[in-house]
Design a protein around this ligand. Structure first.
Ligand SMILES: NC(=O)c1ccc[n+]([C@@H]2O[C@H](COP(=O)([O-])OP(=O)(O)OC[C@H]3O[C@@H](n4cnc5c(N)ncnc54)[C@H](OP(=O)(O)O)[C@@H]3O)[C@@H](O)[C@H]2O)c1
Length: 342
């Protein structure tokens, strides 16, 4: 009788242990995910249950609470840059995540299971219940933000930071013209430029003039009514996330020696020479040090994300369609799981 009881008890403990281990490591047999099996328009996305990714030794498995939406998502889905970006099918979109570390590989030592993190997985994958990340892709989440707010930060803030701080070394006394100041990148660029002590001129359409001012722009230009080159003159720096005609008209507003930071499009060498200005093509990279400095500024109340919509994962196609318009105000975030309590 005692032996039978012991055996039953051991089996029960083993079963509980297994289910805990499964919960603790996130190794659910299947996870909810938004998956593309073919390149194309947002409508090719499917809602599926797929096996969660398995972290390698240098990776961590993150339980995703929220994931940001970027113009890079529809661009990736189009397949246009599949070879350059290494985005093979099937693919799960989502370059911005906030979540909780579930499990770490033996060589992933900077963070531990249970830590709240935010970051930029290089190859996407955030529109799912779990994603794997490398140490260089994540940092502790800003404590003052919810997970949904934190998911609105990584790509836009990293791009603005790397362009303004690392490349342009923007500083007090300088003036910057920020195009698209109401978007995912521009909304952080305005705030980072102000933290650096620069004077900010920013552009957006009529509906977003209020936002430019709220973010700290000294001069807000409505590009649908005013020519920015008639207002911005002799600036030290231009941040251009718009390209084409906007890029072509931006050379003349820079002072000699000034710099144009191009996020899309290739600056024309002839124009650079003619105006005696410089240019840098920006290519954002995940960076935990940058993410930590950005988190510190957020927790100090100096910069903040502009979340304009939090949509359920089931609305991923509509969110992707919105990203394609290039007229998003602030950031759209997809909610993958409820905000953890406490
Ligand atoms: N190279 C890189 O590493 C890198 C990194 C991140 C993003 N990007 C690229 O940079 C671009 C912007 O990204 P994002 O996340 O900020 O996009 P977003 O969230 O869609 O924002 C774009 C913003 O641009 C404004 N806009 C549109 N046309 C404009 C014009 N003619 N003049 C001035 N403003 C205009 C829009 O405001 P209105 O609605 O008021 O027009 C919108 O707020 C995208 O093409 C993205 O792919 C590149």
């Amino acid at each position: 009788m005692r032996t039978t009881f012991r055996l039953l008890w051991s089996l029960t403990v083993f079963a509980i242990g297994c289910s805990r281990a499964a919960f603790a490591t996130g190794e659910k047999p299947l996870m909810k995910a938004v998956v593309a099996h073919e390149y194309g328009a947002p409508e090719v996305l499917k809602f599926e249950e797929v096996p969660p990714p398995k972290p390698q030794d240098d990776e961590a498995l993150v339980r995703v609470i929220a994931s940001g939406v970027n113009p890079a998502d529809p661009l990736t889905l189009s397949g246009k840059y599949a070879r350059e970006w290494g985005t093979n099918l099937p693919l799960i979109p989502g370059y911005e995540i906030a979540g909780i570390i579930e499990k770490t590989g033996v060589k992933f030592t900077s963070l531990k299971p249970g830590d709240a993190v935010y970051g930029y997985p290089t190859f996407g994958g955030g529109w799912a219940e779990y994603v794997v990340v490398k140490e260089r892709e994540v940092a502790p989440k800003p404590k003052s933000l919810s997970f949904a707010e934190a998911a609105a930060v990584p790509m836009g803030a990293l791009t603005a930071w790397q362009a303004l701080v690392d490349v342009a070394q923007l500083h007090a006394g300088q003036t910057i013209l920020i195009h698209g100041g109401s978007g995912g990148v521009g909304s952080f660029a305005i705030q980072i430029a102000k933290v650096r002590g620069a004077r900010v001129i920013a552009t957006a359409s009529t509906a977003n003039q209020d936002l430019l001012r709220q973010l700290g722009a000294d001069v807000a230009i409505d590009y649908t009514k005013q020519k920015f080159e008639e207002i911005a003159k002799d600036v030290d720096c231009v941040l251009d996330p718009v390209g084409k005609d906007t890029l072509a008209r931006s050379y003349a507003v820079l002072k000699k020696g000034g710099i144009i930071l191009a996020l899309v499009g290739q600056p024309d060498p002839e124009e650079l020479k003619k105006h005696e200005i410089r240019a840098a093509g920006i290519w954002v990279k995940p960076n935990p040090k940058d993410l930590s400095e950005i988190a510190q500024l957020i927790d100090a109340g100096k910069i903040k994300p502009t979340v304009t919509q939090i949509r359920p994962l089931s609305e991923a196609i509509a969110a992707e369609q919105q990203a394609e318009t290039h007229h998003t105000r602030g950031k759209v975030v997809l909610r993958i799981a409820d905000e953890p309590k406490g």
